[in-house]
Design a protein around this ligand. Structure first.
Ligand SMILES: Cc1ncc(COP(=O)(O)O)c(C=O)c1O
Length: 376
């Protein structure tokens, strides 16, 4: 069969697949593999959120909703952004989609024309480039300086006449780095001087440890050219609910709504009611999960430091990022000899590094650290 889209055929399979397939195969064979390769909180969704969704189902919220999302959720998002993120937002500046991933894809479709370039700061999350490619654009990677992974003026060297968008992700998956003010200002200046749209993926904003998260859109007039992406998966342990959102200037939101209307229509109506409860309810569940992640983070970082690894700062998200060299072989070796599954940095355009998720309980992390120490 050769009547296939060249655009989709050109998308490379993720480097995570080999290791995760092998880990799955070993587990099926009954081998006790500890998986530290997952990007999802190991907590249950807080009860009041689930209850709100069940109530919505019982009320009959099982029908089509407005394409951009239910007004109650759009209002709650706008209020949260104005209250917490330091830039103005109205409900018309919002769109609710099926997870931040779907939001990012729609943002690319809304902004890019064939051949447009998108600057992506590396190490980067695995789906940015495929989203750019599906939308017909071209990803241009910019490796951030190790090991702090902050942005500096060298980003400007990648800007061309075709640059339409710059993607930043803070706190970062996979590095755990949180962009400081100087980094955000650098991105803001480049976007403003060269009329570039920014996409700021802030899905891990609630998971910061001892540093402050700042939104790119809060710098100067950046809210006039920034698509701020966020969602419920990480902060509220709602990965399976598939609810994400964007806050952006009206012309961009209008374009995204068109994409959404003709593809997914909108996320599940009752799931959006759960998201309203998440934003408007008691936030102590978020604090409790962050505190648990912080304890695990300190435990893992101390163990890795005792083993002599150089690491990225781990200021945010729930990943340790360590320099191992030859990441594909190290990941294979840790899987087969230590029976610990991790993700090679190659998957994030950062060869030589390994991402280890600490979204697991301390006892599991302790066993994993012991096993890794043994094979070193
Ligand atoms: C940086 C980053 N952005 C976006 C997403 C997508 O999240 P969602 O579950 O809301 O689609 C993830 C999930 O792993 C992520 O790590």
């Amino acid at each position: 069969m050769n009547r296939l889209s060249e655009k989709i055929a050109a998308i490379a399979p993720s480097a995570t697949i080999e290791i995760s397939d092998e880990a799955q195969r070993m587990k099926r064979e009954g081998i006790d593999v500890i998986s530290l390769s997952i990007g999802e909180p190991d907590f249950a969704t807080p009860g009041h959120i689930t209850e709100a969704c069940i109530d919505a189902l019982r009320r009959g919220e099982t029908h089509y909703a407005p394409s951009a999302g239910i007004p109650e959720l759009r209002k709650a998002i706008a209020a949260k952004i104005s209250r917490e993120n330091g830039f103005p937002a109205d409900e018309n500046n919002t769109i609710v989609s099926c997870g931040a991933k779907n939001t990012i894809y729609e943002a690319m479709e809304a902004v890019l024309d064939p051949g447009d370039e998108v600057l992506i700061c590396d190490p980067c999350w695995v789906s940015y480039e495929p989203c750019v490619q599906i939308a017909g654009g071209r990803a241009v990677h910019h490796p951030l300086p190790e090991p702090a992974f902050q942005v500096d003026d060298t980003l400007l060297e990648r800007v061309s006449r075709k640059t339409k968008m710059i993607v930043v992700n803070s706190p970062s998956n996979p590095s755990g780095a949180v962009l400081n003010d100087a980094s955000l200002r650098c991105v803001a200046d480049i976007c403003t001087d060269h009329d570039i749209v920014a996409l700021s993926d802030e899905i891990y904003e609630k998971l910061v440890y001892g540093v402050e998260h700042r939104s790119l859109a809060a710098i100067g007039d950046m809210h006039e050219r920034t698509i701020t992406v966020n969602g419920f998966s990480k902060a509220y342990a709602m990965t399976g609910w598939r609810i994400g959102y964007a806050v952006a200037p009206l012309p961009i939101i209008r374009q995204m709504i068109k994409v959404q209307q003709h593809t997914i229509s909108h996320p599940a109506t009752f799931a959006m009611w759960g998201a309203v409860a998440a934003l408007e309810g008691d936030q102590s569940c978020v604090d409790a999960m962050r505190d648990a992640f912080d304890e695990r983070r300190r435990f893992v970082m101390a163990a890795l430091s005792r083993m002599g690894f150089a690491t990225a700062p781990a200021d945010g998200a729930f990943y340790a990022f360590l320099r191992t060299g030859d990441d594909m072989n190290v990941a294979r070796r840790w899987l087969h000899e230590a029976r610990v599954a991790v993700t090679p940095g190659t998957a994030f355009s950062a060869p030589g590094w390994i991402r280890l998720s600490y979204a697991a309980d301390i006892e599991t992390l302790r066993r994993a650290m012991e096993r890794i120490a043994q094979v070193l």
